[in-house]
Design a protein around this ligand. Structure first.
Ligand code: ADP
Ligand code: ADP
Length: 228
């Protein structure tokens, strides 16, 4: 059973407007990296909003472990998913408070495990106050912010990690490190990423190509190149 499944999902933001998602069916396996690629306005972010229950399908259904969302309490769905936005805000405060923001009951071990997963543990250890170091706009680079956002999502121990343009604003080295993290996390859970370009998700297990609210093609990078 896939961890998430969309069955012919149609969604629009307001009555009388054009649907942003026009009949999408897809399965997200419990392990592996699924990438959603497509131009701006294709419906990628809307698909995430649907999975996160920010938006409800007008028709069709979404299932978690084979059970329709409509039969599951909101929190039961949301506790299984973590979401890293394009520009996830860093909350004013310490490394610790940022990591425990969405999961206050996290243990110290869980926090360090998450920092290790994004290769930030040595950086934080090098800071004088460790986990209690204050994060400020000036002391945190874009790459570190993105890693902290990712670590914050990992602390939640999600079964599904949703990453929206997680590497869009990063330099090449940091981008490579994040890709490595995605690869590691997809060994044990589901990682779903959004990307503008096919070239940034070469190593995804499955790529869904979206345009105009529909999935136009799906397959591995190699399969999609061949079918072009
Ligand atoms: P991207 O293409 O990278 O997803 P956009 O610039 O299209 O970014 O959207 C940025 C934000 O604005 C998103 O949160 C999206 O939901 C919202 N948005 C996009 N189009 C509209 C719209 N027509 N009306 C209201 N909000 C919108
Ligand atoms: P993508 O993430 O692929 O860039 P989106 O899912 O953001 O695409 O947008 C798909 C369509 O839905 C676009 O036409 C966009 O303008 C519209 N849209 C996105 N967010 C909103 C919103 N909050 N309100 C109204 N329309 C929106």
């Amino acid at each position: 059973v896939p961890v998430l499944e969309l069955r012919d999902v149609v969604a629009r933001y307001a009555p009388g407007t054009e649907p942003s998602v026009r009949g999408v069916s897809a399965q997200i396996p419990a392990r592996g990296h699924t990438a959603i690629v497509g131009p701006s306005g294709a419906g990628k972010t809307t698909l995430f909003s649907l999975l996160l229950r920010f938006l409800h399908p007008e028709s069709g259904e979404i299932l978690l472990d084979g059970v329709p969302y409509s039969e599951l309490p909101f929190d039961q769905v949301r506790s299984r998913l973590a979401y890293v936005e394009q520009e996830t805000p860093i909350v004013p405060g310490t490394v610790r408070s940022n990591l425990m923001f969405t999961h206050p009951e996290a243990t110290e071990d869980e926090v360090w495990d998450a920092l290790r997963a994004v290769h930030l543990d040595q950086t934080v250890l090098a800071l004088e106050d460790g986990l209690d170091s204050e994060l400020s706009g000036t002391s945190v680079s874009g790459g570190q912010r993105q890693r902290i956002a990712l670590a914050r999502a990992i602390v939640q121990r999600p079964d599904v990690l949703l990453l929206d343009e997680a590497t869009a604003q990063l330099d090449g080295r940091t981008e490579a490190a994040i890709h490595e993290v995605i690869r590691e996390l997809s060994q044990t859970g589901a990682v779903v990423t959004i990307a503008h370009r096919l070239s940034t998700v070469i190593d995804a297990d499955t790529i869904l190509v979206m345009d105009g609210g529909r999935v136009r093609a799906r397959g591995t990078h190699l399969e999609l190149l061949k079918s072009d």
